[in-house]
Design a protein around this ligand. Structure first.
Ligand code: NGO
Length: 528
């Protein structure tokens, strides 16, 4: 009897406990906000988003499955685990499965039946239990992961364990970029940025699906890459910077490591050696590069247009051949940038043959030339790309000569331009560039006569006369760079300033979680 009573009592308790658990579970469920894929703030805006009900929950036991036998895809799987592990505190497992199999919870797969996705597009399908990112290439899968990242709460970006829950709203995203060239240029000559900083920038670019990093490796104030056959370039030419600081340079080993780091994030490095102007650091290192045979003094100011290689000397072409050769050997990418801007002290009759010869040298090292828009004064080799920054007539002339154009109009894309007259950093020779001015334009309608078919893409230069560290660099780059990334990736017809402004405002927490100090433009309602 007694036994029976006790059992009865126990059942009562158990019932209550179970009841409370059920109730708290229901309450818990209610605490989780509705998940809607279309309401997530994704930058750049994907081509299409079709939301469905429910959400996928990232758990400790979630398995990432990749097609077996593809090293690059496996690396992308590992990258994904590495991206989510710090904030979740999980150790997500990556396993290889037969390409045709469904296996795993997050499936990363290459499919050959989606020609619409091109080389960089992807399809991301999320349901309650399963998620698939499908693309034609590992790069496409990688970009799908960047979108997935933005479907999770901003806290996923933090590098310490956060509470979660890690819900990804269900639905389908199909997405591919408009332009193949989506770049950033970093001037490491005016102020040197060590490899860690460049890696940091690469990681930031990655989140916005940018794919080219152009490094401005030489200028009047500094030479920043080791050239074994011309050692004084770094022994002398690298030893200072704007304002007289100690400068610096990348050894070839370090440069190679940057190339590899960028490649692991599907970013191609484009080296630039500016010539014939912007060469004071080289002219200070080797007297023979000057027409008068006298080495110049090192320069730490910010004037432009006063220096030139001696275009009439044969040894100058030997110098260029050696430099282009050594750097090309470190560069798996297809391009070599020869600068060519603001050569104000090189007579035009010398500038033209010089640029033509420089293009031949680059071609001999199997690279394709990129140059600032002034190079369109010269004959252009097939395949040469011209980077429009200042003069529309130069860009138009380039297109008439059959070249394609990278769009870097200073009054829209220069990240060193001040936001407004109160901006503590930057220049304003091209005007003030607020966030809407940076976003609200279409590369295909900017210059008459330059249309979609002539445009390789968009690039945002970060000139560093006034920028000395990563925090300041981020402040000038963000949020404008996010807008440029969207111009490069998303269809112009789908882009709209009000919609973007809204998404950007909701992106504030993500910038913070990523440790990006950004400019709080008064034209955006920041939701922090
Ligand atoms: C110009 C100039 C650079 C300056 C920059 C500053 C180009 C292509 N050349 O852009 O040397 O650093 O402006 O905004």
């Amino acid at each position: 009897m007694k036994m029976h009573k006790r059992e009865k009592k126990n059942t009562g308790w158990k019932g209550m406990i179970v009841g409370m658990m059920v109730l708290s579970l229901i309450a818990c469920r209610h605490k989780v906000p509705e998940q809607n894929m279309a309401e997530r703030s994704i930058i750049p805006l994907p081509s299409s988003i079709t939301p469905e009900e429910g959400a996928f929950r990232l758990k400790k036991r979630t398995v990432i499955a990749v097609d077996e036998g593809n090293e690059q895809l496996k690396a992308v799987g590992d990258y994904l685990a590495g991206l989510f592990n710090p904030a979740t505190g999980y150790e997500l497992r990556v396993k290889e499965v037969k390409p045709s199999s469904e296996g795993g919870d997050i499936r990363l797969t290459l499919s050959n039946d989606a020609p619409d996705l091109g080389k960089e597009g992807y399809e991301l399908k999320v349901s309650r239990r399963h998620m698939v990112i499908r693309a034609n290439t590992p790069a496409g899968v990688f970009y799908g992961i960047q979108t997935l990242r933005q479907l999770l709460p901003a806290a996923i970006e933090k590098d310490s364990v956060q509470p979660g829950p890690w819900l990804i709203p269900a639905g389908t995203i199909c997405d591919c970029p408009v332009y193949e060239h989506r770049g950033v240029m970093l001037d490491v000559a005016r102020h040197f940025f060590p490899p860690e900083d460049v890696k940091r920038l690469i990681d930031e670019m990655t989140a916005f699906k940018l794919n080219r990093l152009h490094l401005h490796l030489s200028d009047d104030q500094g030479w920043r890459i080791e050239i074994k056959s011309w050692p004084r370039l770094t022994e002398i030419g690298a030893q200072t910077q704007v304002g007289g600081g100690k400068g610096g340079y990348y050894t070839q080993e370090e440069y190679k490591a940057l190339v590899d780091y960028a490649a692991s994030r599907f970013i191609t490095l484009i080296p630039e050696i500016d010539m014939p102007g912007h060469t004071n650091a080289a002219l200070a290192s080797y007297a023979e590069l000057n027409c008068d045979g006298k080495a110049r003094e090192l320069y730490t100011g910010t004037n432009v247009g006063f220096s030139t290689l001696c275009t009439r000397k044969e040894e100058v072409y030997k110098f260029i051949d050696d430099v282009v050769g050594e750097i090309s050997a470190l560069t798996p990418g297809a391009w070599f940038h020869i600068g060519g801007d603001e050569s104000h002290v090189t007579p035009m009759e010398e500038y033209i043959p010089f640029i033509e010869r420089a293009q031949e040298i680059v071609a001999r090292h199997d690279k394709q030339v990129i140059g600032w828009d002034e190079i369109s004064h010269a004959g252009l080799r097939p395949g040469t790309i011209v980077q429009y920054w200042a003069r529309a007539e130069n860009a138009k002339r380039a297109v008439e000569k059959g070249a394609r154009v990278i769009m870097s109009p200073a009054d829209r894309t220069y990240l060193d331009m001040q936001y407004d007259s109160l901006c503590p950093l930057g220049l304003h020779w091209a005007g003030y560039v607020e966030v809407d001015q940076a976003y609200n334009w279409d590369p295909t309608t900017l210059v008459e006569g330059i249309g979609r078919e002539h445009i390789a893409g968009v690039e945002s230069p970060i000139w560093t006369e006034t920028i000395t560290n990563m925090d300041d660099l981020n402040f000038m780059a963000f949020p404008r760079l996010a807008g440029h990334a969207e111009i490069g990736w998303s269809e112009a017809a789908r882009r709209d300033w009000d919609d973007y402004r809204n998404r950007l405002g909701r992106f504030a927490r993500r910038f913070q979680a990523m440790g990006i100090r950004f400019y709080h433009s008064p034209r955006v309602d920041w939701q922090e």
